[in-house]
Design a protein around this ligand. Structure first.
Ligand code: TXA
Ligand code: MG
Length: 337
């Protein structure tokens, strides 16, 4: 399949034409990748089972992992869900549009392969001008997982999507790098107390300011996650990743030891830590946790098989968006020391 690539620039008319073209493809049952504020999504009409199955095919995604339905407005959201608890309206008021996915009772509008047969549906209103225009223009709920080959780090640039899915999807709206860099927070809103199923762009601390008490699904760190997607191998770079707790001194010690054994090391760390380490291949993610989150997946894709034997990555504090960063890094890592 030939993939149409629209390179969006500061050209209003061109962008409008591109988004219209992408909306037409979606409405006719094809798949299109588009930017959101978190990562790129691979979209298809969530009311069309044949269209949705193309997403699973292109990504090589397990069928039992449900997709998030993306909508433009709260009004569109209410068209795909059943009645929900009042705290959801409060959360929508503060965090939508934004990187927060609400798991709510489905009303059946979205087809079964979107929800993987569950009675609930994950819905979110993305905060990206291109995603918003695409959703408004097509006026259908768009099912969209991250637009990567299953198991690989999520795409935060159009180039990442192109590398993974070129030839397998009908189109891509390339608007350059996304902002947040890690996926949305997934929150189960089917009980009296909301439960975080996947940490992400909206932090637990932020949610608590609106709803008071909030739980974190205990299985996030365990083996049997409540969010089906959390059980699969994820975010994996091409070479084994060692996640290192304990600061730069311990990292330097491991680097020195492994280099003695003729192993080529690539390092991913905060900018502060990179200034203290002595090693050739090093990627600085930035100073604060939000900046680190936004550069994380790009870094995980940078070290290629054959270039280095091991990636060493610094462990970050599990506070704020650090919870999402560490959740992804623990899944990406083969060793956590
Ligand atoms: O930021 C994001 O959320 C990105 C952009 C494209 O919106 N999307 C994304 O989708 O990360 P995906 O498919 O890679 O991850 C969706 C997660 C999975 O862990 C899935 O299991 C969970 O949401 N999920 C979806 N529907 C669910 C449901 N009804 N109940 C529980 N978990 C659900
Ligand atoms: Mg994903």
């Amino acid at each position: 399949m030939e993939t149409i690539r629209w390179n969006l620039k500061n050209n209003y008319l061109y962008n409008q034409k591109a988004i219209k073209g992408a909306a037409e493809l979606l409405k006719s049952g094809s798949t299109v990748a588009f930017p959101t504020e978190t990562v790129y999504g691979l979209g298809a009409d969530a009311t069309n089972a044949a269209a949705v199955s193309k997403i699973f095919e292109a990504k090589g995604r397990p069928q039992d992992n449900p997709l998030i339905a993306h909508v433009a407005t709260k009004n569109q959201l209410t068209r795909v869900v059943d009645t929900y608890p009042p705290f959801v309206d409060k959360l929508i008021g503060v965090f939508a549009p934004g990187p927060l996915t609400f798991v709510l009772p489905s009303n059946g509008t979205c087809v079964e392969n979107v929800t993987a047969g569950l009675s609930t549906i994950g819905v979110r209103i993305p905060d990206h001008p291109v995603a918003c225009q695409l959703l408004t223009e097509s006026d259908i709920p768009i099912a969209a997982p991250s637009a990567n080959i299953s198991g690989k780090p999520s795409p935060t640039t159009g180039n990442h999507v192109w590398a993974d899915l070129q030839g397998k999807i009908a189109g891509i709206l390339d608007a350059g790098p996304t902002g947040v860099g890690v996926e949305s927070t997934v929150i189960d809103c089917t009980n009296e107390i909301p439960i975080i199923l996947r940490p992400g762009g909206i932090t637990k601390e932020q949610l608590e300011t609106v709803v008071g008490s909030i739980m974190i699904d205990p299985t996030i760190a365990g083996d049997q996650p409540a969010s089906p997607g959390m059980k699969y191998k994820h975010y994996s770079p091409e070479v084994p990743l060692w996640l290192v707790e304990g600061g730069y001194a311990k990292m330097q010690q491991i680097i020195d030891e492994e280099q003695k054994n003729d192993r080529r090391i690539g390092v991913i760390a905060s900018t502060r830590t990179t200034q203290l380490l002595k090693v050739d291949n090093i990627i600085a993610l930035g100073w604060g946790l939000p900046e680190i989150a936004s550069h994380l997946y790009e870094a995980l894709r940078t070290f290629k098989e054959g270039d280095v034997d091991i990636i060493l990555c610094e462990a970050f504090p599990e506070e704020g968006i650090g919870q999402a960063i560490m959740n992804r890094l623990k899944k990406a890592a083969s060793v956590y020391i």
